[in-house]
Design a protein around this ligand. Structure first.
Ligand code: SF4
Length: 440
């Protein structure tokens, strides 16, 4: 098989991995004369038609796999795909050639498990060592940690890559056992803990010994498949929150399940990926990372799933009138951040601007505040926007389209499909959650 056939197969096999971030990295280029560089803001991104990042060469070392994860195209039992394998020299050479032609700015390397996790790791290490040491490649590298591999091998990868990720895969142990029988919670959380410890140790060492080799300088991330198992949104959010706290992850990526497997335990092949749900999770993740929301403020056991008609921040504000209205001239930065229509930059602008005098609705408009949303939740100098009638339904009508409002009032909620339910849904149109247009 020639190298481009391999590339075609192994790039296609990697397309469900999410790698569209390189934030937080620092320039660890390996000295003068190295090829490739990255700035503090990370590498640039471009996005394919399906919204996935394509600025990295995203590829597998091999799509041969001894594991049989039911949701994965590369699973052992799938005899319908072509298999390929990159020798480390082939992949390192290809990456550098692509880099020199300006096709890519870095490499995202994952792999099926060939032989066993340690052997797979060794192949990845060889590839990355060739890139870093032989080709002097200083560009961005994101490497997947192989669950079950020896810690010393993970450490070697961590010294060669900028970012590592261990995929959590399923939001619960039960789903993991059902759908990825060869993996266990421990085999996923152990390397995550190991990477976290090594990152902390490394940053301590770097404060004393400036020349200490950097270990995973861009931090670690993980990916969770959404919609292939029955967990609620609050369950997923709480897990996400604890992953950030416990393992200091840079990002948790949510990946709407794309049906690739005709299995009775999974949604049928004609099911659309739950993109709206994925989108809501990213919005909620943003609230937790930048707006200091806790998971159980965004959702709770009484409403365990997202409101499909409202983004999570609006939904929270509408359901918590006790926090509003917020006096724009006195509110703290944290209070401002919780107002729909006010983001990080708007809150900063308000704080700056009010030092020079009291703000009113006209000055807020000039500052770029989205008053269409914010006006229901704020007052300026003790007064609300004169023309407004602040009632629950009025707020909802202004935040939703008429069709959405009618569906909301009639409790015709798009609902998240639970593929463990019987009878199994088979027609696309029944999957209301999945077909509902994005509401932002
Ligand atoms: S380990 Fe599981 S998810 Fe990873 S390539 Fe193999 S079958 Fe797919």
């Amino acid at each position: 098989m020639d190298i481009f056939d391999k590339l075609q197969i192994l790039a296609a096999s990697a397309k469900y991995d999410i790698a569209c971030t390189s934030s937080g990295t620092s320039d660890n280029s390996i000295g003068s004369g190295s090829i490739g560089s990255k700035c503090l803001a990370g590498i640039c991104h471009s996005f394919a038609a399906d919204g996935r990042c394509i600025s990295l060469l995203k590829v597998l070392q091999t799509n041969i796999c001894t594991y049989d994860c039911k949701y994965c195209l590369n699973r052992k039992s799938n005899d319908k795909i072509k298999r390929a394998f990159f020798k480390p020299e082939e992949l390192a050479d290809l990456t550098v050639q692509f880099y020199k032609r300006n096709y890519i700015e870095g490499l995202f390397l994952s792999s099926g498990i060939i032989g066993n996790p340690d052997y797979t790791c060794e192949l990845m290490i060889q590839t990355l060592t060739l890139l870093r040491k032989t080709y002097n490649f200083g560009g961005y590298i994101h490497a997947k940690a192989i669950p079950g591999a020896e810690s010393k091998l993970l450490r070697q990868i961590g010294l060669l890559a900028d970012r590592m990720s261990v995929n959590i895969e399923m939001p619960s142990q039960k789903s993991l056992t059902l759908l990825a029988p060869d993996k266990s919670k421990n085999s996923i959380l152990k390397p995550m803990g190991f990477i976290k410890e090594n990152i902390s140790e490394n940053s301590r060492d770097l404060t004393v010994y400036k020349k200490t080799p950097k270990f995973v300088p861009a931090g670690q991330s993980t990916q969770m498949i959404i919609g292939a198992s029955p967990e609620t949104d609050i369950h997923i959010l709480k897990l996400t929150e604890s992953l950030y706290k416990k393992f200091k992850l840079k990002r948790v990526f949510f990946s709407a399940y794309i049906p690739v497997s005709d299995n009775s335990m999974l949604p049928s092949l004609d099911t659309n990926p739950p993109l709206l749900r994925e989108h809501r999770l990213y919005q909620a993740d943003w609230l937790m990372r930048f707006y200091k929301f806790n998971a159980d403020e965004i959702l709770d056991d009484k409403s365990p799933n997202f409101n499909p008609f409202l983004d999570p921040k609006c939904n929270w504000a509408v359901n918590h009138p006790e926090f509003f209205p917020v006096e724009i001239n006195k509110a703290s930065y944290e209070q401002l951040l919780r107002v729909p229509g006010i983001g990080v930059r708007s809150a900063q602008r308000i704080i700056m601007a009010r030092r020079y005098g009291g703000l009113n609705f006209i000055s807020l408009k000039k500052l770029g505040i989205v008053l269409k949303r914010a006006q229901y939740f704020i007052i300026c100098k003790g007064r609300k926007n004169d023309s407004l009638i602040i009632k629950h339904d009025n707020i909802l009508k202004s935040l939703m389209s008429k069709k959405e409002f009618d569906m909301y009032k009639n409790e015709k909620y798009p609902r998240q499909i639970d593929f463990f339910e019987k009878p199994k849904l088979t027609h696309k149109k029944e999957h209301l959650w999945l077909n509902f247009p994005h509401v932002t």
